[in-house]
Write a protein that binds this ligand. Sequence first.
Ligand SMILES: [Zn+2]
Length: 170
Amino acid sequence: MWWIGVAVAVVVSSDKVDKSKYKVEHHNKERYHITFRDGTRVETDKVLLPHVTEFYDEAYKYGINVDSINKNYIGVFVEELNDSKLYGITKYNDPSFSLINKIALDSYNITRIVVFHEMAHKYLRVEHCHRDCNGILAAVINLNLYGEKWEKQKEALFTDAPHMGYGRGK
Ligand SMILES: [Zn+2]
C-alpha cells in the first residue's frame, strides 16, 4: 500500500489579530463581558458580540489605544429605539454607551455596519463624513457593504483623515 503524503500549509491570517488583548466571558443568557488587560470592561449583547470583537481586533491592528478609551464606556446594546430611521446612537458623556436599534438586526451585514459606525463615534471620535461619503461613517448608512467593499471601507475607517491621531499611542 502506497501513501502519498501531501503537506498542506494552512496559513491563517490570525497573526494580525491579537486575542490576548481582551477576554470574552459569558455573563448571562444574553450578555457578554469583554475585559481588557488594564481591567476595564465593556458589555455587549450576544447578537452583537462578533461585530464588537471584530471592531476591537481591527482597532488594535491599527494602533488605536482601545484600553484608555474604554474607561467610561459601558458597552454596546440592542435597544428598541422609537425612531425607525435611526439604526444606532452613541452617547459620549459619562457614562458612555452605544445603542443598536432592533431594526438593525435584520441582517448580519446591517448589524455589522451599524456596530462599526457607532463604535467609531466612540473609539475614533469621528463625526459623520461629508455628503458624498459612502462608507461606514455616512450619516445615512450605505447598507450595501459586503466582502471586498466591506474590507475596503473598514480600512478607510481606521486610516482616513480627519480622525487620524485620536486614540493612538500614549
Ligand atoms: Zn452616526
